[in-house]
Write a protein that binds this ligand. Structure first.
Ligand code: TRP
Length: 351
């Protein structure tokens, strides 16, 4: 896959005792874009911090209504991170729902959070704008979970005394909200307890976005993804579906203008660099058809994903190593969260 990139933002690497925490919302089948754009950059970053990564299964409840599907995505996303190399000995890895302290602190923090702050949150505002555009009531179909989403996320962060939060650009505002909410609490109760103020870092992913099966950015919302753990024959079929133009085989072609080649270039590990270079040369010279490029892409992808797929399948089995890892993670996370919750309860005058 792509060459390792510097992913530390402005934080000095190699520090210890500093906590990096992030939440992963399990709202879809993990795909290639997630692996390259989010999972691998986050795993590289995990090596530089005391890292805590969790599956935000309660956050996904604002949109996923089918309980079976909900359970499936939760397990599948957790298994994906482990299959991709997350080491649960080094990273505290847990389910959000296994840390009930979070929900108690969410109420406390709601009581120091301005409603106006929530009104300005991007996700809520976008949902309202869509309603207005469609001629609906501004709040039509918007549940309180979506509205309160940033408070819960703030607590995920604050309850673990987090220093840095690696997130995609779309989540930076939420981390700023966490800092704001912590600030409000500290202002009111700082004589009794002060929350650590977190900040967002945006890990560097691949320089270019990965195109999907229709040439647009690979994204669940466009329904154009390559899921990570398809059986081989299905993967092959999907690769065949990537659209290409009808330039005859013998004509020269522009590799950079074609989704198949762009995907190949981004997924190929260093060990396949010569395959990529050779494909580029042959396309530019003419004489290589898109069908053959798709075969090359399939081989490279399959070689890269096959070992992960095997590990994923094993982790998905009930009672697998995944369950052990999450149980140990929950225990560590709860111990930490419990200390912060007790201090916050005392600070506000409960107990
Ligand atoms: N809101 C994040 C997302 O949609 C997921 C998330 C929940 C999160 N809690 C978090 C991310 C805490 C970072 C820290 O992707």
């Amino acid at each position: 896959m792509s060459a390792p990139s510097e992913s530390t933002g402005s934080v000095s690497p190699g520090s210890t005792g500093r906590v990096s925490l992030t939440g992963i919302k399990p709202s879809g089948e993990p795909h290639l874009g997630n692996l390259l754009g989010a999972i691998r950059p986050a795993l590289r970053l995990a090596e530089e911090y005391d890292s805590m990564y969790f599956i935000a299964d309660y956050h996904a409840l604002t949109s996923i209504r089918d309980p079976e599907l909900k359970r499936h995505y939760t397990r599948s996303v957790a298994a994906t991170w482990m299959a991709a190399g997350l080491d649960p000995e080094r990273t505290t890895f847990y389910l959000q729902s296994d840390v009930p302290e979070t929900f108690e602190l969410t109420w406390i923090m709601s009581c120091v959070t301005g409603k106006g702050l929530m009104n300005r949150a991007h996700a809520y505002k976008a949902a309202r704008d869509r309603n207005v555009e469609a001629g609906e009531e501004p709040d039509a179909g918007i549940n309180m979970g979506l509205y309160n989403y940033p408070v819960l996320m703030a607590v995920d962060i604050l309850i673990m005394e987090t220093d840095v939060v690696p997130v995609g650009k779309d989540q930076v505002q939420h981390v700023e909200y966490a800092a704001d909410i912590a600030g409000s609490f500290n202002h009111l109760y700082g004589d009794h307890y002060t929350f650590k103020i977190p900040r967002a870092i945006v890990p560097e992913g691949p320089a270019e976005t990965l195109p999907g099966l229709d040439g647009r950015k690979m994204s669940k919302s466009y329904d154009n993804t390559i899921p990570l753990f398809l059986p081989e024959n299905k993967l092959k079929k999907l690769v065949r579906r990537i659209p290409t133009d009808s330039t005859p085989v013998e004509d020269p072609k522009d590799p950079d203008g074609a989704a198949v080649f762009q995907i190949l270039e981004q997924v190929a590990p260093a060990s396949a660099a010569d395959v990529v270079a050779d494909t580029r040369k042959r396309l530019e010279a003419g004489g290589m058809g898109w069908g053959e490029v798709k075969n090359v892409l399939f081989e490279v992808l399959n070689t890269e994903l096959a070992p992960m797929r095997e590990r994923y399948d094993a982790l998905m089995e009930p009672g697998s190593e995944l369950d052990d890892a999450l149980a140990r993670g929950a225990e560590r996370a709860r111990a930490r969260a419990g200390r912060v919750l007790s201090a916050a309860r005392r600070a506000v005058g409960i107990s």
